[in-house]
Design a protein around this ligand. Structure first.
Ligand SMILES: NC(=O)c1ccc[n+]([C@@H]2O[C@H](COP(=O)([O-])OP(=O)(O)OC[C@H]3O[C@@H](n4cnc5c(N)ncnc54)[C@H](O)[C@@H]3O)[C@@H](O)[C@H]2O)c1
Ligand SMILES: O=C(O)CC[C@@H](O)C(=O)O
Length: 314
């Protein structure tokens, strides 16, 4: 039986590592620097990453025996797919594993925003009882606009409707009859922006979606809209969001993702009193990581063995 060398650079659940060990040597280099990755990637047949490691053209160039890159999770915007194709390296991901966890975080962020849960907790820890300051809003009978209604968007739609929300969905590539999880599919993003009390983003970062929400789109939104972004930071123009928060157009924003991660120290969005932030932790649950680790391990081994693949990205 072939013995493969498989490097992990952003951690992997034990179940995934145990599966990989049946087929080869697992080299756990979690936290490796970009410089060391370039020095060491030439020794391995497969590389398994999450979102931290940037697998750019230089990595493919240095990966002389690299056959497969596995992304434990969904977004492959940190992997240069064109460079992978040019180098003849297969790229796979594990897109089903984390849907529920991300959808649950989006719902949590929505509730945290309208009830100001983080600020209320912080005030209690300062021995303050500011009950009168915390008059929030209900989600019930509000309109939620979901942009990108694939796996996670649909799961959010389902959960939001259980809260009694009216859910609009816009998806550029999915036919309306596939958006059955929402109350009302819409053809026009501007229509969704104009009608939503809450906006939640669930689409990939691509050349087309970069800065999809910028000054012009914020101007089209309702006054006092709430924005939740647990997709990718670059989809929202952060400068435009800051301006919209400062003008009051946006009542509050909850951000799990940032254009640059981690964001700079004292980043004005992170520090903004009406912004709630989490450190890109949508998929960071025990359950999601156990599934993602196992799914990517089986897919990477299948790619190494030349077997049929379920989730080939390049
Ligand atoms: N915060 C986190 O930890 C976390 C975890 C997992 C995934 N994500 C992000 O969530 C995204 C969505 O994941 P998913 O599993 O639902 O993916 P998915 O592919 O099932 O759904 C994405 C949807 O976006 C749509 N879309 C693409 N471009 C669009 C555009 N320009 N306008 C409107 N819709 C567009 C697609 O048609 C698709 O239906 C991922 O790409 C990733 O960036 C974040
Ligand atoms: O696992 C991560 O680091 C982030 C996961 C998430 O953003 C994804 O696209 O799968």
């Amino acid at each position: 039986m072939a013995t493969y060398k498989i490097m992990i650079t952003d951690g992997l659940a034990e179940k995934g590592k145990a599966y990989l060990r049946e087929y080869g040597e697992v080299i756990d280099r979690t936290g490796i620097s970009p410089e060391d990755l370039l020095k060491e990637v030439g020794e391995v047949d497969a590389l398994i990453v999450r979102s931290r490691t940037k697998v750019n053209a230089a990595v493919f160039e240095a990966g002389k025996r690299l056959k497969v890159v596995g992304r434990a999770g969904i977004g492959v915007d940190n992997i240069d797919l064109n460079a992978a194709r040019a180098a003849g390296v297969t790229v796979v991901n594990s897109p089903l594993a984390t849907t529920v966890s991300v959808a649950e975080l989006a719902m949590g962020l929505m509730l945290a925003l309208v009830r100001e849960i983080p600020r209320a907790d912080a005030s209690m820890k300062q021995n303050k009882w500011l009950k009168k300051e915390f008059e929030g809003h209900e989600l019930y009978q509000k309109t939620l606009g979901i942009i990108g209604c694939g796996r996670i968007g649909s799961a959010v739609a389902e959960r939001a409707q259980a809260f009694g929300m009216h859910v609009l969905a816009f998806d550029r590539f999915r036919p309306k009859d596939e958006l059955c999880q929402c109350s009302e599919p819409v053809d026009d993003l501007n229509d969704l922006l104009a009608r939503s009390d809450f906006l939640s983003l669930h689409l990939p970062l691509t050349a087309e979606t970069k800065n999809l929400l910028s000054h012009e789109q914020f101007a089209r939104m309702k006054d006092g809209v709430y924005l939740i972004n647990a997709s990718r930071g670059g989809i929202v123009d952060e400068e435009a969001l800051l301006a919209a928060l400062n003008s009051g157009k946006v009542a509050g924003a909850a951000l799990d993702v940032f254009a640059v991660e981690p964001p700079s120290e004292n980043n004005p969005l992170v520090m903004h009193p009406r912004v709630i932030c989490t450190p890109h932790m949508g998929a960071q649950t025990h359950e999601a990581q156990a599934r993602a680790g196992y799914d990517i391990a089986t897919e990477v081994v299948a790619a190494l063995k030349g077997e049929p693949l379920r989730w080939k990205c390049a």
